[in-house]
Every structure is written in structure tokens, then in C-alpha cells.
Write a protein that binds this ligand. Sequence first.
Ligand SMILES: O=P(O)(O)O[C@H]1[C@H](O)[C@@H](O)[C@H](O)[C@H](O)[C@@H]1OP(=O)(O)O
Length: 922
Amino acid sequence: MEIKEERSSDEARQFLPSSQLDSLGEPQFTSIQRIANEPKLEFSLACKDLVAATRDRKLNTFIQVSVVHPVEHILTRYSSTEIVEGTKDPLFLTGVTFPPEYPIYEETKIKLTVYDVKDKSQDTVRTSVLPDHKEPRADVGRSFLGCATFRVGDLVKSKEQQLTLTLRTSDAGRTVGTIEVNLLKMGELEEGETDHITADTQDQKSALVRECTATEGISGKDNLPSLNAVLRNPVCKLYRFPTSDNKWMRIREQMAETTLSFHVPKELINLHIKEDMRRNQELKDLGELAPHWDNMRKSVIAHCDQMLSVYQDTLAELGKHTGSSFKSSCSKGEKTLEFIPINLHLQRMHVHSPRLKDALYDVITVGAPAAHFQGFKNGGLRKLLSKFEAERRNTGYQCIYYSPENTAKAKEVLSNINHLQPLITSHADLLLSSASQRSPDSLKNSLKMLSEKTELFVHAFKDQLVRSALLALYTARPGCVLKKPAVPRNSAEEGADAQHQDHPSQIKRQDSIPHHSEYDEEEWDRVWANVAKSLNCLIAMVDRLLEKDISNIKEDENDPSATDCKVLHTGGDWYEQLYPLVITLKDCMGEVVTRAKQSMAFVLLQELACGLPQCLMLTLRRDIVFSQALAGLVCGFVIKLHTGLHDQGFLQQLHTVGLLVQYEGLLSTYSEEAGMLEDMAVGISDLQKVMFKVIEAKSEDFLPIITGRREHYIIEVQLPAKMFELLPQEIKEGKLLHMYPVLFNVGINEQQTLAERFGDTTLQENINQENLELLKEYYKLFMEKMPPDCLPHFQEQNDLKGLLESLHQNIQAKKRKNVEIMWLAATICRKLNGVRFTCCKSAKDRTSMSVTLEQCSILRDEHQLHKDFFIRALDCMRREGCRIENVLKNVKCRKYAFNMIQLMAFPKYYRPPEGTYGKADT
Ligand SMILES: O=P(O)(O)O[C@H]1[C@H](O)[C@@H](O)[C@H](O)[C@H](O)[C@@H]1OP(=O)(O)O
């Protein structure tokens, strides 16, 4: 029989014979009845009276689960249980679950093979992909005990929902015990069913009682289309753990990749290309410049064009990418995948425990957003940006220094112009068409819109920066050069900045051209004020026309015979009277636009020229890091929105306060990872520039839409009409939703030991301190804006206050590898309804240790996991759970990439179980 190793549900299609592939939707096999979006089949396993090959040997067993296809009889290795030590009656905590899309039918057979593990560290079969031997070799750390096969239909139709199978040796001869298969129904559990099993091993001391209670479905089948649009290749695991009062709780662990890994970066690069093309055009449109400035412009444009082609090439490459929707850890240094987040996944724990409501705990796991291809030789963004800014200030380069704030302001003014000018033009045209139709209401409306937009437009130029830049540009025109800086009165660049706002000293003034004293500073005021004046004229004219109209109507009421000729006469008048005023408004606006655009483009020219080519490389680096961070954030937001749709408190919090987004970083502050942490800190902080908006989907394409520019992005998340209806009015009306990202980092590996002993940990300390302040600000806002009883977890305000205080103290304490910081920050985040992220370099090894620890700690603290089973639960999740599958899909090997030295350096609960770690090609 042919053997295959199960990978993902997508690949599950490969297990079907080609004749079946076409009929996947309508198989000729009997499908298993199930609830939409719920797993197809779930069962738990236990063995009884196992017989060891040699007497006196205590058995350490696990079961390997394989699926036999009904037609082709291909055997697919599907999953395994954990190893239960020292008993002939093992009860396995790891169950088996088949996700909704898995091709499994009543006719499908399942083979259960029991192995005895002799040496856990040598348990290579389960840590790598090897064919199943009919007679497994005993020299690989385990030996075959026996196997049994059953038909899925027999299990689902059995009266007791249970099968007891005889285990036989492979020659179908000797009986070596029995296996009990218990069907589980997570969504619709029966009341009062109990099953007492007393374990006889050290780990299974307590009497285990299985009891099921009815549950409220929380997976939300209505959410399917819009959630399915972003989630891919789910992996699903099932466990049952005892509670402190000897009941069973069931845990479904899920992990899925997301199409957003590629969608968001592609959208973003597209926007960068548009933004940069527009900027390059604006530089070209600066008009005639003196030779010094013109050469500078040429050089800047050449560099910018080069950079533009880098973005275009990357986008083209990403366009070719098909297949998997995640970037593996091995691809982190690939140039064409620079913008894609590493190993981005949703990690979900669904808890169904007796007497408690079902609960979902989500963590987004992703590699630290960082520019791996550019490398970390000179550090990361945090250092690079401040170094660059300091150098730019201090070098006497031949250009004018504008502070980062003023450069950002210039970009904002340009963006406002580009946004408002077409709007004003179209409202002005609407006004004229209302006039020609002689429609008073529509005239009033279009005038209202026109006034609003024109006021915004006029307001956009109030900044002193525009004045100072206009003068600077004036002096940069051909023939005008100055000895002295051309700083106008009340310059925007005050204090230190003003000293640097200078022209190249070596350029001499030519006497034939105007001195800056000849510059008419008031001219700009006049041009600018003309827009407002021409708007006022329009308003006055419309008022007059409308007044006249009313008086005509009154007259008509007295003399109806005069109506016809008046309508004709005054109708024509309206358009004719307004037309010249509209043209004047457009002309005045055009004049302002030309001047303002050129002056602002001149500011941008300085920014670029001062730091070529580093500034473009830094922008690229920042874009790369931001793209990775944004893909994760969008994924986190979409999932949070779907799970919180029925929680009115959360929705209110979302639009009144905003969303807390908490990142747990596990990077060390030593060597390259310090650079990664610097990148990550900037990338996360840049997420403050992002706002979300929820819109109703008009088609089946639910993917988010991104608009904006580097300083400010809006992400429109689409929901189907039925779900959109559930939102509060404010969100439905398009209220922008704010993000509050915070990062807390605690390095835990051997590199961090080095940093603590011989290096420097200030980077981590500073980041944690800064982000604590941000978290406190969010908490303050939350307390001000939200009623105290609005959150499900928010029973005691003091709770949160105490946690924040404790976090504060732990950060101050500067204790080594203080993982308490992470637990506190994560708990605060959950209590504040935030989105949780966990990141290390690749989100594969350390992240897996951390999320599994977090899951088990939640089970202990919130769901009464029996304290004796804490470590066993942790080991189950690490050995057979979603995260080892994550390792497999990244490096094609089921081993966490830790060696003994690394392990010894980890805090105790971050160490994986024996046999699950070792050398792997990462
Ligand atoms: O997922 P990570 O923890 O970043 O993986 C690390 C691992 O912790 C470390 O022990 C190993 O030596 C590798 O550096 C892993 O990183 P890769 O990015 O190479 O997977």
C-alpha cells in the first residue's frame, strides 16, 4: 500500500484519485452529516490491556492515525497522539479532528497503529517524513505494538458513538490489547454523559471524568464567506484535558495562513508606485530652476526613477506568485519576497469547558517585521533613521534643511491639493448645472458642498511653511542666487532648524536679478485670499438669485399671467450670472495650486537631495518593514472584527476609543536580532498611521481595500450585508477606527544571555518603557470614553489597574529574561479586547513555545485546567499540535530548531518536550 504524509487541507485534494477530483463537491461516497464550518469528524482515543513485547517493560505508547482512501487504498498518515508513559491502559489527551473541507466519508477507513517508544529523543519517525513500514524497525527509538482499522461510517452510526477495536500484530495474528474510539461532537454535546477512567501513571493520577454540556456555537457560520476570503489551509488539532474538579474540557487548536500575506503588500506597493510617480512628476513640474538646483533635481529624479523601478519589479514578481499564501522562514532573505510577512498565521484556541461559555483565544503569529535582504550590519530602522536625520542636519550639503515634521507637512499639503482640487472643480460644475436647471434646492446643495471643500482648501495653505518655501523657490529660479539665507519673517523653521535652512555658501548673488528684498511676500497672500474672495462672490450671487426667485414667486402668486416669461428669463440669468464667477474661482484656485504645489515639491526636493541615496534606501527599508507589519495588522483586525461582531461593548470601544494591538517580541538584543528589533519597533510604531473603515461588500470579493500615502493609510474592510447590519450606526457611517499598537520585547534565548552578560539591553528597556507609556495612554482613553461595565472581562477595573502597575514595576526592575512582562502585557491586552501578536525572528520556534505556553496558562487561569496536567497539556500541544505543523510547513521537518545550549538558556517553560527539537535546516 502506498503511504503519504498529510500536510494541509489544500494538499488533501492530492490524496484523491483523479477520477474523484472532479466530483469533490458531489462525491459518490456518503458524506458525514455535519454543521457548517464545524470539523467533519472528531474522536478521542484510549487503549486497554496493552501487551508489551517483553515482560517487565513499562510501555510508553502513542497512536499513529492514518486515513485509507476508499477507492485507491492510499494510506495517508494524518496525525499522532502524544506519548503516554508507563501504562498498559493509556488514555490519550490528543484527539483527532478532520476540518470541514477534508475529504472524508462514511466509506473511508481509518487505521490506528500503536507504537511503543523506547527512546523519546530518538523518536525520528514522528519527527520526519518517512514511509510507514509494515514491520516498523525497532532501531529508530520505537517499536510496533499492533494496529486496528475501522470504517468511519461504523463509528458515526454506532449507538454508543464509540467503537472498541481489537489491536493485532501486523500479521493479523496475536491480540495485543484494545483501542477505544470515542466520537466527539464539539458543537452539540450531550448532557450528563460520564465515563470514569482512573489513570495509573504518574501523570494520570486523577480520576478522569468525561462530561459534556450543551454549548453555544461560536464559530459563526454566517462569517464564512468573508472570513474564508482571507484564511487558507487550516490545520486543526483536538485535545481533552482534565479540569481541577475532574471534568473534561475540550480544546480545539487551529492554525491558518492568510491570503492577506500577499494581498496587503501588493496593494501597498501599488500605492507607493503611484505616490512616487506623482512626486517625480511634481519635481519635473517645478519649472525652470537655476543650474545648481536644476542639476540637483536631475540627480534626484534619476535616483527616484531607479527606486520606482525597484518597486515596479517587486510588484511584477509578486504578481507571478501563485500557490501558497504564506512566506516560509527559509524565504525570509529572498529579495522578491521582501515585502511579505514571514510565516504569518492565525493561531486560535477554542475552549469548551463544563459550565463555562465556549471561549476563543486568538494570537497572530508572524516573524518580526524586518528587512532581512538589506541586512542588519548597520543596525535597524530605529538607529538608521536617527543617525540619518542627525547627519542630514549637520552636513553642509548644498540644499536647505527642512525638519522631518516640515517635510511631512509638505507631503500633506500636496496630498490635500491633489484631493481637493478635483473635488472643488466637480462641485463648481454641479453648481453650474443646478443653475442651468434653475433648481433652487440643488443650487443650495452644490453651493454648500463647494463652500465646504473650498474652505478646507484655503485652510490647507495656512501654514508658514508654504510662505517660506515660496521664497526659497523664488530664489532658486534662474538668475536669482543669494549670499544670505532667504528666510522670510516668521519662518516655519525656527530655532535650531533655522540655522540650517541655508543655501550653499559658495553660490554668489548675481546683481542683475532681483534680491530677495524685491520679493513681494504679500503676493501669495493676495493670490491665496482671492480664492476665498471669489467663493464669497459666488455665495453672494447665489443668495441674490435665490432671493429674487422667492420674490418672483410671490409676485407670480399675485399675477399668474406673468409666470411663463419670467421662468425663461430668470433661468437663463442664473447660469450666465454664475458662470464668470465660477471661472474666476477656478482660475484663482489654479493659481494657488501651481504655486503651492511647486513650493512643496521644492521642499521635497531638499529632503531627497540632502540624503541621496540613503534616504531612498531608508524609505525602501521602512516600506518593507511597514508592509510586513501592515499585512499582520489587517489580518488581526479582520479576524477580531468577525469574532467581535456580536459584542456590542467591543464594537462601541472600537469606534469610540480604537483598537489596542499588542505585540510580544522574543528577539534578543544581540547581534543581528538587535537590528531586527529596531526594524520591528519602527514598523509597529508606523502602524499608528493606519485607520480602518468597515464598508458593505458590493460583490463576492471581500478583500480589504487600501488607500492613502506613506503618512496615512485607510484600510476598508468589507463585510457582507448581513454582517454589516450588525454594526453600530457610527461604524456603518464610515467612522474611521484608530489603532493603538504597542510592543513589549523580552529576549529569551542564548543570544540574550550574551547580551545581558557582555552586551547591551537598553534597546529592549527603552522600547518597553516607551510602549508602557502608550499602553497607559490607551487605558486612560478607554477609562474616559467607555462605561465601566462594557467589557466581558472587565469585571474589576482594579484588576486592570493592578496589572498595569505590575507591568510598570516589572519593566522598571530590569530583571533578566523577565517573561512576566509578556504574560502581563498579553493579559492586559486580552482584558482590553485587543489583538494579540507573538513574534520572533521566524515565528516558528520561540513563538511556538510562547503561544503554547500562553494557551496552557489561559486554560489554567481561566478554565480550571487541572494543575497536575499543565506540563502534559503543554507537551501535547508542542509535540502534536498546530505549532509542530507550522515547523513542518516551514522547514519540512518536525523539529524545533533548538540545540541543548539554546534550550538551557530558555526560561523553564519555554523548553519543548524531548524528541521534538534538534538540528534542522532553517
Ligand atoms: O522561529 P525562531 O525562534 O526565530 O527560529 C530560530 C530558532 O529559535 C533558533 O534556535 C535557530 O537557531 C534559528 O535561528 C531559528 O531561526 P530561523 O529563522 O533560522 O528559523
